[in-house]
Structure formats: structure tokens, C-alpha cells
Design a protein around this ligand. Structure first.
Ligand code: BTN
Length: 233
């Protein structure tokens, strides 16, 4: 059964969700108006002031897959589309408006669950200097303050819809939706993986596992499962 915890302030909704994960049912949600130790991917901090939408969802799929991150990306883009906001996805999980990041996804695998952390810069009116060039918010882009609870429910419902399709193995259609929102396919990129930096042209994502398929200068196609992706052109 769905249970929602909503805090005024918390260190990190993902970290709190971890303390619940053993006993929690699927769709238990932890949200907060503000995070004091918001976590980004690859050990980075995630700027989480009042005004943004910060939440984590506990999911318990029978098999763990990289595809979950892609499914969440599509759900966010579709929710934004309903608000008449056009977003694109940079593999694996950056949600962009005009090349700047408006939302991020941090999926963490726990013993019996996946914690899906979603951060959306909604009514955030400015960013620290070091993020100013690369981050944006719905408020900055649209000039409008949006209703946080409304967006929360919209994203959650979209996520349920997509996740149910994911569970019923309707992967092909989900990947096609991801391809439509993607800003990565066809681009020349540089990907920093935990072990190396790989440059090449993105030809597609893998139908089975959502990995990035990169054509190296030698013509060889390489599969990349995780990493930091920089668009070159
Ligand atoms: C990224 O680096 O792009 C991922 C950012 C994920 C941020 C969200 S905000 C809610 C949840 N709690 C966290 O501490 N991080 C995620």
C-alpha cells in the first residue's frame, strides 16, 4: 500500500528511504521541502533548497535493471509535457531544458529494492555560482511558480503507469519513448566510466538493458552501462 512521508527538512530522502526499505511496501515515498545533504550521482552533492521537488520512491521489482532509470526519465518528461514544458533526456538520467539540467534521478540498489530518487528544480529562483551555467528550473524557464504537490502527483502517476508497463515486459515501446526524448542519440560524446574515458558516436541504446551503444573511432560498437556523459557535438 502506498505510504507517503513528507518532511519539511531532511538530510536526504534517499538515505531516509534506505532506513525503511526492509519492511516498506512498494510505492512507499519519502519527500521533503528541503534537503540539507541532497545526494547526486557519482558522489556529488545535490543542491536542494525550498521550492524544489525532492523525493524518493521504494520499488521492489523482481529483477534489477538499468532500464529503471530510463523508465523514470520518460515518466518525468511526460509529466513535464502535461505542464506544457518541453524537456529532453541526456543519457542516462539528466533531464534538460535548452541544454541545462532541470531534474536528476539517483537510483540506488538495496538488498530487496530499488530506491528511485527524483530531484526537480521547480520553484528554484537561483543557483550557487558553480551551478549557474549548467542548471535551470521550471520557474526560471517559464517565469511561473508551479504547484509542487500537483507536480509530485503527476510525476508519481506517470511513474506508476510506466513502471507497470516495464513490469509487464512492454519494454520496446518504453525505449521508443525514451529515444524520442533523448538528446544523446546521434551525438558525439565523451563518457567517463568508473574505469576509463570513452569517446564515440552514440548510435542507440540497447533494447535489452538500456546501455549506451557507442561507435568508437575504430568502428567497434561498445556498450556502456554507467558513467558521466559529456556531449561534444
Ligand atoms: C543527479 O546527480 O542527477 C541525481 C540527483 C538526484 C537528486 C534527488 S533529490 C531526492 C533524492 N534524494 C537525494 O538525496 N537525491 C535524490
Amino acid at each position: 500500500m502506498e505510504k507517503i512521508y513528507w518532511f519539511e527538512e531532511i538530510e536526504s530522502t534517499n538515505e531516509f528511504a534506505k532506513t525503511l526499505v526492509k519492511e516498506a511496501d512498494e510505492w512507499t515515498v519519502v519527500a521533503a521541502d528541503k534537503q540539507t545533504k541532497g545526494k547526486g550521482r557519482l558522489g556529488r552533492n545535490w543542491y536542494s533548497p525550498d521550492g524544489g521537488l525532492w523525493f524518493s520512491v521504494i520499488l521492489k521489482p523482481t529483477s534489477l535493471s538499468h532500464l529503471i532509470t530510463l523508465v523514470v526519465g520518460v515518466a518525468i518528461c511526460e509529466a513535464m509535457k502535461e505542464l506544457k514544458i518541453n524537456t529532453r533526456i541526456k543519457w542516462p538520467n539528466d533531464i534538460l531544458i535548452g541544454g541545462k539540467k532541470v531534474a536528476g534521478i539517483l537510483t540506488e540498489i538495496e538488498t530487496n529494492a530499488i530506491i528511485v530518487g527524483i530531484g526537480i528544480n521547480l520553484n528554484v529562483f537561483d543557483f550557487p555560482d558553480e551551478l549557474g551555467e549548467t542548471a535551470t528550473s521550471i520557474l526560471i524557464e517559464s517565469g511561473k511558480v508551479v504547484d509542487k504537490k500537483e507536480v509530485f502527483l503527476l510525476v508519481l502517476n506517470k511513474l506508476k503507469e510506466k513502471y507497470n508497463r516495464f513490469k509487464s515486459d512492454d519494454i520496446g515501446e518504453l525505449l521508443n519513448e525514451w529515444r524520442i526524448y533523448s538528446t544523446t542519440i546521434g551525438k558525439i560524446v565523451s563518457v567517463e566510466t568508473p574505469s576509463e574515458v570513452v569517446n564515440g558516436e552514440v548510435v542507440d541504446i540497447d533494447d535489452e538493458d538500456g546501455a549506451l551503444l557507442l561507435r568508437l573511432p575504430t568502428g567497434v560498437i561498445k556498450k556502456i552501462f554507467a558513467g558521466k556523459c559529456k556531449l561534444i557535438r
